[in-house]
Design a protein around this ligand. Structure first.
Ligand code: DGL
Length: 259
């Protein structure tokens, strides 16, 4: 595989663009192909078998684009399909999962709130990670499928999104919360609003996401396989969707431009 080949990045939809931004920042000379499976989003309310099937289709798409490595920029697809994908394909995968370990380190005597999709929260991997981090009994799972739907509609900065966040967090207002995990890449686009809403209830509570860890992991993998792009020019990005390009590509551009 050529070092100049792109890195493939996929998600059920727009969420993975937040991860893509972190990857570009970490590895500015890499070329990327992003594939949003918007036609099949959301994944988080689907059965595990179907999420796997869709993750295989995303991988096939990126391999046809000659990608040298694949980032699964989706906590749901990662937890449902990463093992199966690794068994079938030779290309190195970088997977994402909710940032439970750092949240555990930030915890004092309170709880860790994990906002993620219903599918991520029901996976055995999630239960295993909670246990492994010694957080059993200290984690509150907060499924927020509505936030995914709003992000897919491009309504991520609107009032409706703030309301959806409030609906998810407000029922936990009487709990002592030491950290909130953004365990779905779609939610990262609404980070500012989540910050604002969380501050009303638990001022200054840390928000954790897996984007930076994923970017560092991709760098490590590319170094390990001696696959770093040595070009000195800035890398290029190709944005692709399984949905209607006229609808989604302008939304991709808008979200990429958003801070
Ligand atoms: N962005 C995805 C994640 O990180 C899933 C959103 C969905 O399709 O439900 O989990």
């Amino acid at each position: 595989m050529q070092k100049t080949a792109p890195v493939g990045v996929f998600d059920s939809g727009v969420g993975g663009l937040a991860t893509l931004k972190a990857l570009q920042k970490q590895l500015p000379h890499e070329n990327f192909v992003f594939y949003g499976d918007n036609a099949n989003a959301p994944y988080g309310t689907k059965q595990t078998e179907l999420i796997r099937k869709l993750s295989f289709a995303c991988t096939e798409f990126l391999l046809k684009k000659n990608c040298k490595s694949i980032v699964i920029a989706c906590n749901t697809a990662s937890s449902a399909a990463k093992e199966e994908l690794r068994q079938v394909y030779d290309v190195p995968f970088v997977a994402m999962e909710p940032a439970i370990a750092p949240a555990g380190r930030a915890r004092k005597d309170g709880l860790v709130l994990v906002m993620a999709t219903p599918a991520t929260l029901r996976q055995p991997l999630f239960v295993y990670r909670v246990k492994k981090c010694g957080l059993e009994g200290h984690v509150v799972a907060v499924p927020c499928p509505k936030l995914v739907e709003l992000a897919e509609r491009g309504a991520v900065l609107g009032e409706e999104t703030y309301q959806a966040i409030e609906e998810a967090l407000w029922p936990h207002r009487d709990k002592k919360v030491d950290a909130i995990v953004l365990g779905c890449t779609h939610f990262i686009h609404a980070r500012k609003q989540i910050r604002q809403c969380a501050d009303q209830i638990w001022p200054g509570v840390p928000l954790m996401d897996g984007n930076q860890g994923t970017a560092v992991q991709l760098e490590r993998i590319l170094n390990q396989y001696d696959m770093r792009n040595e070009q000195t020019d800035p890398g290029k990005v190709e944005l692709c969707t399984s949905g209607d390009p006229d609808k989604y590509l302008p939304l991709f551009e808008k979200l990429m431009a958003q801070e």
